[in-house]
Design a protein around this ligand. Structure first.
Ligand SMILES: C[S@@+](CC[C@H](N)C(=O)[O-])C[C@H]1O[C@@H](n2cnc3c(N)ncnc32)[C@H](O)[C@@H]1O
Ligand code: SF4
Length: 410
């Protein structure tokens, strides 16, 4: 089925063909079917463990932001980025994508999408009424940011909701979408010393009937107040091995390094889409051989779009080999890697442990330094991405070499 075609119209204050020429160059770099990722960089309150690009919005900023988002999407669509059929999937992440549903609706309505449409949902927003609004917008998959069903853990994470709200959210979502995911965060040191509730929470998710549980080990980004502590890797491996046994007891399977699924369910994750075009402040794109990063600063992003430029801040040219390696790395996350001529390989339990360690290493050596550089844009705008201090990020020699070798002038 082909989704709705893009609506061509003039947004107030924007040039007739915004960024058209540059969007055509980006479209030429896309070397296969591509999904769309939309980033909503706003949260009502900020959690101190969170590394993502987000701010508490200024008055009037969301309206201007979503108008720019539509214009950015229109520039790419006019250049043919989605291909003749439309984007293969849509993933809306944040920040908190459900904070301004009426504004989000205008963006989603413009995007032609043939496959799954997924959105991250803050538990506070997962009431039956608000979930119906998301369904009405065409979303087929919802990821609920549970983190824990323990008030003690939620307080440790300074979450804006309690355990009862998290449980109500999952109950309201299950059965309403083709796929419901619940995110849990595992901070082994805190869990062992205090709540000890992670594995109980996992079983609660199974009992509530979710299609997928994502069990994210807490990443201690150096620029957040939770950072740069050491990790008890062996203990993390043990807990995830126990989670795998519990999953099997409850009829679930380990579908990837950090996800457990009902055998009949589809897989849901933003990072296993082969190619994606990122829209919005802080969104990144992987086009097959090229990696692009949009400006993180919300005002910088809006100003670029309003003046007719694509809001691209960084362009890394990975090349054919680098692109294939990037692709293979994220494919292996699913625990199964098929290479033409070499056959398919499934990760053993030890393989999952090694991959878990590798994911963390990539996060700290490549993702953290890139995001820290980009998050510094907020200070330049006179705003603050709550709790984040970019200068405290880890220093990575690998990232400095890679960015020097691969970076292209935008
Ligand atoms: C953008 S948030 C989800 C949407 C919504 N803002 C919320 O908090 O419910 C995406 C997910 O990333 C995970 N996450 C956030 N910070 C993390 C960290 N430092 N380490 C590991 N996972 C993290 C959480 O599980 C969270 O649900
Ligand atoms: S984890 Fe907290 S700060 Fe991060 S995106 Fe979700 S609500 Fe916002």
């Amino acid at each position: 089925m082909v989704g709705p075609r893009p609506v061509r119209h003039q947004s107030p204050g924007l040039p007739a063909e915004p960024a058209g020429r540059h969007a055509a160059s980006v479209a030429k770099l896309i070397d296969g079917p591509i999904g769309a990722y939309v980033h909503v960089p706003f949260c009502a309150t900020i959690c101190p463990f969170c590394p993502y690009n987000k701010v508490v919005p200024r008055p009037g900023q969301p309206e201007r932001y979503f108008r720019a988002l539509r214009a950015e999407a229109r520039a790419h669509l006019d250049a043919g980025a989605s291909g003749p059929e439309g984007f293969t999937s849509l993933y809306v992440g944040g920040g908190t994508p459900t904070l301004f549903p009426d504004l989000l609706r205008t963006v989603v309505a413009d995007l032609p999408v043939v496959g799954e449409r997924a959105i991250e949902v803050l538990p506070t927003h997962a009431t039956p009424e608000r979930l119906e609004v998301l369904r009405d917008m065409g979303f087929t998959a919802a990821s609920i940011g549970v983190q824990a069903f323990s008030d003690e853990v939620l307080h440790h994470l300074r979450r804006p909701h309690d355990a009862a709200t998290a449980r109500d959210a999952v109950t309201a979502a299950v059965g309403r979408f083709d796929l419901v995911d619940a995110d849990l965060v595992l901070d082994v040191e805190f869990d062992d010393a205090h709540a000890g509730s992670f594995l109980r929470d996992l079983v609660t998710c199974f009992d509530l009937g979710v299609d997928q549980v994502s069990t994210y080990p807490l990443m201690r980004f150096g620029y957040t107040p939770f950072g740069s502590g050491a990790h008890d890797r062996r203990r993390e491996h043990e807990v995830l091995a126990e989670a795998t046994r519990l999953a099997a007891d409850h009829g679930y399977e380990r579908r990837s390094v950090w996800t457990f699924n009902r055998p009949d369910s589809a897989s849901y994750t933003s990072i296993t889409r082969r190619r994606f075009l990122g829209l919005g402040a802080g969104a990144s794109s992987f086009l097959g051989r090229d990696f692009l990063v949009n400006h993180f600063g919300v005002e910088t992003y809006i100003a670029d779009v309003e003046s007719g430029r694509l809001p691209i801040a960084r362009h890394l040219r990975l090349g054919a080999a680098g692109g294939a390696a990037y692709d293979a790395f994220w494919r292996a996350y699913s625990g199964r890697l098929c290479i033409p001529g070499l056959g398919c390989h499934t990760l053993s339990p030890r393989g999952f442990d090694r991959y878990h360690d590798l994911e963390r290493w990539v996060t700290y050596h490549l993702i953290e330094p890139l995001w820290a550089e980009m998050l510094a844009e907020h200070a330049a705008e006179g705003t603050h991405a709550g709790w984040v201090t970019p200068s405290r990020a880890r220093v990575s020699r690998l990232w400095s070499v890679m960015s020097r070798v691969m970076e292209r002038q935008v």
